[in-house]
Ligand binder design. Structure first.
Ligand code: BLA
Length: 518
């Protein structure tokens, strides 16, 4: 583990970003001891914010209705989900938006030591900002989310909703693939800004430790990239003797690595929410502004709610996509059986409308090896290469489907194969050797939209000053060179379904042919 602020490009996976021991200056953080609610640790800006020094005082002594407001909230667990409250506090008393939660006893969540004593209560206060007629806007946004009927449409709608609600210069929906690499799948921006839509970034741009944090804490605001972090005083929590765990804090100071990255991008403020699908971090909604910008607490709460709705809708639409693929396979089967009756063969039905074969698998080409013949659609290797692939597939261990994403690299005998066939997904169509249905996908660097000129050389060095989307795009390019888009579990299931269907059709076809011959 590496202390906060001490990471460099080589080791940022280990930076303890939740132990930043400092916050952003747009609010104050107080750590309260239970049960007497004495302030034992406070951010250095607290006296200035509250008009009095809170350290060592009990909550009632901080003025306003704060102590009365917090009492009922403390009956909740508050260890996973913070509670929001509106209160007055300070001298003279002013109105604040607050968030209350109980941090984990030690830096590592789930660590047992000290759990009975408790690590106290974190109270964060922020001056309220403007949030006019929010309920109507949220209601309309929810209706818009529910009326989308494809994942793509939902992502585009999400970018529109967030841009309208937050007013940031750029809003991106950022999706992670199975390996954690990211892609900008929807974008709304001021027209003069360079588009990032379609850009890809390597998984290393967002360390695992940050991803785990974003599952637990689903909204983050960086109000001004030029901020001076405000330290917590004393540095260590008197309750645990360690850094206070700021995982669930709304004011947590942001990792300097990431701040540098944003600076290099020309971004001055961000607001980011997590998109969760089926308990996994599916992606992010990232709002960027080119000048400092704060978003009022109620608007951030609305963003969190809407992100949750988007995640639920995404889950529904993704299973709908799977159901539609199954429906498409059923229709294909129907057409093949009709074709046997009509033309005495089923192969035409499989290949006369190539899209029905290619689209469910998002493939660029497909080939059938059957009874010594080769039929294909779209982009596929040469007939000779296809036959060689058939022989190689025969030699593979028995499995319902065989998948490769970097065929030329993984199987040296195919090193010279066209880059249009980096990805291969194959399923047996009969028990006869050499009879396969194969789909192909091109190397993904051929399919992406480039941000900037892809042929302009980009230095990939070790200096954080070089951190930028261009650099990480170049790095992503190096990571995925020669590989196709991964075949998803849904792809594998669909290929298997098509394979089984074709196998059934072939059995019927052979039975009919045999009957005719008799
Ligand atoms: C965090 N990096 C992030 C986040 C994003 C990116 C979206 C999450 C920020 C948040 O949720 O508030 C990356 N942002 C991007 C990219 C685009 C974008 C790619 O807008 C493209 C358009 N980052 C690096 C490297 C390191 C690194 C090399 O690129 C480390 C060596 C670190 N990124 C890093 C850290 C965080 C981060 C530590 C966590 C920041 C925090 O929450 O404190």
């Amino acid at each position: 583990a590496l202390p906060f602020g001490q990471a460099d490009l080589s080791n940022c996976e280990r930076e303890q970003i939740h132990l930043s021991a400092s916050i952003q200056p747009h609010g104050v953080l107080l750590l309260l001891r239970e049960p007497d609610l004495t302030v034992v640790q406070a951010s250095a800006n607290a006296p200035e914010f509250l008009g009095l020094d809170p350290l060592g005082r009990r909550l009632e002594a901080l003025g306003g209705d704060l102590a009365a407001r917090i009492a009922p909230v403390l009956a909740q667990r508050l260890d996973a989900i913070p509670a929001a409250l509106r209160c007055t506090a300070g001298w003279p008393a002013a109105t604040f938006d607050g968030l209350v939660h109980r941090p984990a006893p030690h830096g590592t969540p789930g660590s047992a030591k000290g759990s009975e004593a408790g690590a106290g209560v974190i109270l964060e206060l922020e001056r309220p900002g403007e949030a006019p007629d929010l309920s109507q806007r949220v209601e309309k946004a929810l209706a818009a989310i529910l009326s989308t009927y494809s994942p793509r449409m939902l992502c585009e709608e999400t970018a529109r909703i967030f841009r309208a609600l937050t007013g940031y210069d750029r809003v991106m929906v950022y999706r992670f693939d199975d390996e954690g690499h990211g892609e900008v799948v929807a974008e709304q921006r001021r027209p003069e800004l360079e588009p990032y839509l379609g850009n890809r970034y390597p998984a290393s741009d967002i360390p695992q430790i940050a991803r785990r944090l974003y599952v637990r804490n689903r909204v983050r605001m960086l109000a001004d990239i030029g901020y001076a972090p405000v330290p917590l005083l004393p540095r260590h929590s008197p309750l645990t003797g360690e850094d206070t765990d700021l995982s669930l804090s709304m004011l947590r100071s942001i990792s300097p690595m990431h701040v540098q990255y944003m600076r290099n991008m020309g971004v001055a403020a961000t607001l980011v929410t997590s998109l969760m699908v089926g308990g996994r971090l599916w992606g992010l909604v990232a709002c960027h502004h080119n000048t400092p910008r704060s978003t009022a607490f109620p608007i951030r709460a609305a963003c969190e709610l809407l992100s949750e709705a988007v995640g639920v809708r995404l889950a529904a639409l993704e299973s709908f996509v799977q159901a539609q693929a199954e429906l498409a396979v059923r229709r294909l089967e129907q057409r093949m059986i009709e074709a046997i009756g009509r033309e005495g063969d089923w192969r035409g039905a499989l290949f006369d409308q190539p899209q029905t074969l290619l689209q469910p698998l998002n493939a660029n080409g497909a080939a059938l090896l059957f009874e010594g013949q080769v039929i294909f659609a779209g982009e596929v290797p040469s007939t000779g290469e296809l036959r060689a692939l058939g022989a190689w597939l025969d030699a593979q261990p028995r499995a319902p489907v065989i998948a490769r994403t970097a065929l030329a690299q993984e199987e040296p005998q195919f090193a010279a194969l066209t880059p249009g066939a980096a990805g291969l997904l194959a399923t047996r169509v009969s028990e006869t050797p050499g009879e396969w249905l194969i789909w192909f996908r091109p190397e993904q660097v051929q399919t992406v939209i480039w941000g900037g000129d892809p042929f302009k050389p980009v230095l990939v060095g070790d200096d954080p000053a070089q951190l930028s989307p261009r650099r990480s795009f170049a790095q992503w390019h190096q990571v995925v060179e020669g590989t196709a888009e991964r075949w998803t579990p849904t792809d594998l299931a669909t290929a298997r379904l098509i394979g089984d269907t074709v196998t059934d059709v072939i059995l019927q076809f052979r039975a009919v042919r045999m009957l005719i011959a008799l």
